[in-house]
Design a binder for this molecule. Structure first.
Ligand code: ATP
Ligand code: MG
Length: 397
């Protein structure tokens, strides 16, 4: 049998709605698709009007490509299309090939004919192809709720045949919405917060504060692994590692115990802002969720935010823990997040931290601290790491 040309046709939802930015969006999506498909041996990624086409070579691993496309932010849905010559015998033959390996008892063929010069009408094509498939596979026709739908699209150049649409992940192509600096702990929430922002098209850069040698290195290992997982959608990723122990000791020595967590947080935020300015990130992102823990009451969020001069985005603010956990499992970060570690913010904290600290109280507590010098000292010791994504060098997993 001759080789049937196969391709993936990719559709996006919101990307197409962005007016003047449309070309920028489409280029970014095409570029991200190419990144995600490195090493699969695809032939070409092509931008067409309102869709992107991935051309395949003979022998390409179609299942692998499908798997990777499912994870590309910005794809609403896509389909694997078999191309046939404009001839009813070829259409029937190709439609049959398309059903190979699929299990179904009932089917329906639907035809769209944009080339009106084709000798058969749409209903005639559907009925001929349907009859052929039924005869060859033993399936029955079902016009209302078929197990398998076969679509035949007779366009001006070719005939495209495909079965049901495959769902993409949705969202927007990474990189179209600017850059954010994600405050990444080793916990469950912040990786999910990061993922949600990446899904809305933001390029994420990460920052992590650690208290080694007061804690072990588990949190560092965990955030590296979490960044690895997030890099599958964020692509090559940068993480800034900030040694925080000395600064914490200063806070412990100089300030009242009930405010410690909030004071750590304010210092973390100040340092993060510094990094954001340097790396041109336009907002900070945290995994905070309203009232989940003492430091996340409205009053405390406000007291932390009071020192910030860029937006602090909290995509999980209204989410229940159970939903965040379900999301973490879906993204694949949950297992790593639940490995044991000690967060720097849990270090030297009292049994009963303040749940309602006012901005004035925190300002007073910080009076004895040389904030600028502390921030500068921490920034000087930041280590920057670059995390690549698994297909970056084209390697097939
Ligand atoms: P997570 O599961 O993300 O750790 P959490 O419920 O444990 O969140 P907190 O420990 O209060 O909540 O942290 C709130 C947010 O502050 C985190 O979601 C994260 O964005 C940020 N954060 C906390 N600890 C660190 C850290 N060591 N480095 C960077 N960011 C941190
Ligand atoms: Mg935490």
């Amino acid at each position: 049998m001759h080789y049937t040309e196969k391709l993936f046709i990719i559709h996006y939802a919101e990307v197409g709605l962005k007016g003047k930015n449309r070309v920028f969006f489409e280029k970014k999506l095409a570029q991200n698709i190419k990144r995600s498909l490195r090493g699969t041996g695809y032939a070409k990624v092509q931008r067409l009007h309102d869709r992107i086409v991935v051309h395949l070579r003979q022998g390409t691993d179609i299942a692998e490509i499908e798997k990777r496309l499912r994870g590309v932010m910005g794809i609403a849905h896509f389909e694997l299309v078999y191309q046939a010559a404009k001839d009813i015998a070829a259409i029937k033959d190709t439609a049959l090939q398309l059903t190979e390996g699929k299990t179904f008892e009932t089917l329906k063929v639907e035809t769209k004919r944009s080339d009106k010069s084709f000798p058969l009408t749409s209903p005639e094509i559907s009925s001929e192809v349907g009859a052929h498939l039924i005869q060859q596979t033993g399936a029955r026709a079902d016009m209302h709720n078929p197990d398998l739908r076969v679509w035949v699209d007779v366009s001006h150049h070719n005939v495209y045949i495909y079965t049901d649409k495959l769902r993409g992940i949705g969202g927007l192509p990474v990189g179209v919405s600017g850059k954010v600096l994600v405050m990444l702990s080793g916990g469950i929430d912040s990786p999910v917060a990061a993922w949600q922002m990446i899904k809305r098209g933001a390029k994420a850069v990460f920052i992590h504060f650690y208290s080694y040698p007061y804690t072990d290195k588990a949190s560092l290992e965990k955030v590296m692994e979490l960044t690895n997982i997030l890099a599958e959608s964020n692509y090559q990723s940068i993480i800034y590692l900030v040694p925080f122990a000395e600064l914490q000791q200063t806070i412990v020595a100089e300030t009242p115990a009930p405010f410690r967590v909030l004071l750590y947080r304010r210092m973390m935020t100040r340092i993060a802002q510094h990094v954001a300015a340097f790396d041109e990130a336009e907002a900070l992102v945290t995994g905070e969720s309203l009232a989940q823990v003492a430091s996340q009451t409205l009053t405390n969020l406000r007291a932390i935010e009071a020192i910030a001069d860029i937006p602090i985005l909290r995509p999980l603010i209204g989410d229940d823990k159970a939903d965040i956990i379900a999301k973490a499992k879906q993204i694949g970060t949950f297992e790593v997040s639940t490995l044991p570690h000690q967060d720097c913010c849990s270090l030297f904290v009292p049994k009963h931290p303040a749940t309602h600290a006012s901005v004035a109280e925190l300002e007073k507590a910080e009076e004895g601290l040389d904030i600028a010098a502390l921030v500068e000292a921490a920034v000087d010791r930041i280590e920057k790491k670059i995390v690549s994504f698994s297909y970056e060098n084209g390697a097939l997993l």
